[in-house]
Design a protein around this ligand. Structure first.
Ligand SMILES: Cc1ncc(COP(=O)(O)O)c(C=O)c1O
Length: 367
């Protein structure tokens, strides 16, 4: 038995509710987005179909990010990380299987497995809290086939510690369970869990720290023979969905990946400058908000301590101030919001000023 997927709340908020109503975006999870003028486009490129799994040069450049943990044969290039995740769910999961994911989190990770006829346990991993490894152990069932983890997490911005990973991987190994490691926000993929666990697939993309979500260039990578077999099944499914990647996007991706140093510098300086403003902002509005320190993500989770829901706050900020944030409700939680600070400082400080104004209103006059 398969089921329909529910409405995708994040994009519904971004495009339907908020579309056209804001001029400052502190909601999208990407670092400040780059434009076509920032990349090199080969005018002579042939607009033919390209190889379904991605060109060997692109797959090699992705493999290099994992610093030798995998080769080009362990990589499939996809339309964003989202397609890689979807292809894995559709080819790996069978009806009746049990899947474990975490909330607040990425809605696809419970919605698509449920649509594939699986039962899903949503483990609570609150922003800033340690991961509950015992709860993971207790959630395992004989039919559990997959655990999905995202570190650093969205929307928490928090990473699993090395000790937490060690305990988690021991639990999964003992049960023979696969790990889908959503590493969209892991800036250094040489530390990917594919290094530590063979039944593991890493998914990432050029969307987040590179600020290139419109390229729709993502991938899955694995270090093991069983992972490569899973990737072959994904490639076969991809022939029924998008067939191949856009050669223009792959050419740009290759160019971007050949210039890693300046891409990383751009990202780190956005984070550094933004974090400074964010820290001052948090101090100014303590009592009504507290910021969970982000661990390398373009955004931070902000706890809201006011007699108003985070959704109402986000709605008022949009309607009265034309600033966009991501209310906790779209991640299956409440009393908080995700705030993206990897923005040019003039944009960020204008956005934070407006948000601060509203926060002081709701501190004084709860609605
Ligand atoms: C946790 C997580 N996984 C996957 C994605 C998919 O992103 P993309 O398809 O742009 O790589 C996102 C996008 O926001 C995300 O936050």
């Amino acid at each position: 038995v398969t089921h329909a997927v529910g409405d995708f709340l994040i994009t519904q908020w971004l495009f339907s509710t908020a579309g056209g109503k804001y001029d400052i975006d502190l909601a999208e999870s990407c670092a400040q987005v780059q434009s076509a003028a920032d990349v090199v486009i080969d005018r002579d490129l042939r607009l033919d179909y390209s190889p379904d799994r991605g060109q060997v040069e692109t797959r090699q450049a992705v493999a290099d990010l994992y610093a030798g943990a995998c080769g080009p044969d362990g990589v499939v290039v996809t339309h964003g990380g989202q397609e890689a995740l979807y292809l894995f769910y559709r080819t790996f999961l069978s009806p009746g299987a049990h899947v474990i994911t975490t909330v607040p989190g990425w809605q696809q990770s419970w919605e698509v497995p449920r649509a594939a006829g699986c039962s899903v346990t949503e483990l609570v991993w609150r922003p800033g809290d340690p991961f509950d490894t015992e709860a993971l152990r207790e959630a395992l069932r004989p039919e559990t086939s997959l655990v999905i983890l995202c570190s650093p997490g969205n929307p928490s911005g928090c990473m699993l510690t090395d000790d937490e990973w060690t305990s988690i991987l021991a639990i999964l190994d003992g049960a023979g369970v696969w790990l889908l490691s959503d590493e969209e926000f892991l800036a250094d993929l040489s530390t990917s869990t594919i290094r530590r666990y063979p039944r593991c697939l890493s998914v990432s993309s050029l969307s987040k720290m590179y600020g290139l979500p419109g390229l729709r260039m993502g991938w899955a990578a694995t270090a093991s023979a069983e992972g490569r077999a899973a990737i072959e099944r994904m490639i076969n499914y991809k022939r029924y969905t998008s067939i191949a990647n856009s050669p223009i996007c792959e050419q740009i991706a290759l160019d971007v990946l050949s210039d890693l140093g300046s891409q990383q510098n751009r990202y780190q300086s956005l984070l550094r400058d933004g974090a400074e403003l964010l820290t001052k902002f948090a101090a100014l509005h303590s009592g009504v908000i507290s910021v969970v320190p982000p661990q390398g993500t373009p955004f931070a989770w902000v706890q809201l301590d006011a007699a108003i829901s985070s959704f109402t706050l986000a709605r008022r900020l949009l309607d009265e101030y034309r600033v966009l944030i991501m209310p906790g409700e779209v991640f299956a939680t409440e009393h908080g919001f995700r705030l993206t600070y990897a923005r040019p400082t003039d944009v960020l400080s204008a956005g934070l000023d407006r948000l601060g104004d509203l926060l002081e209103k709701v501190r004084l006059r709860p609605t």
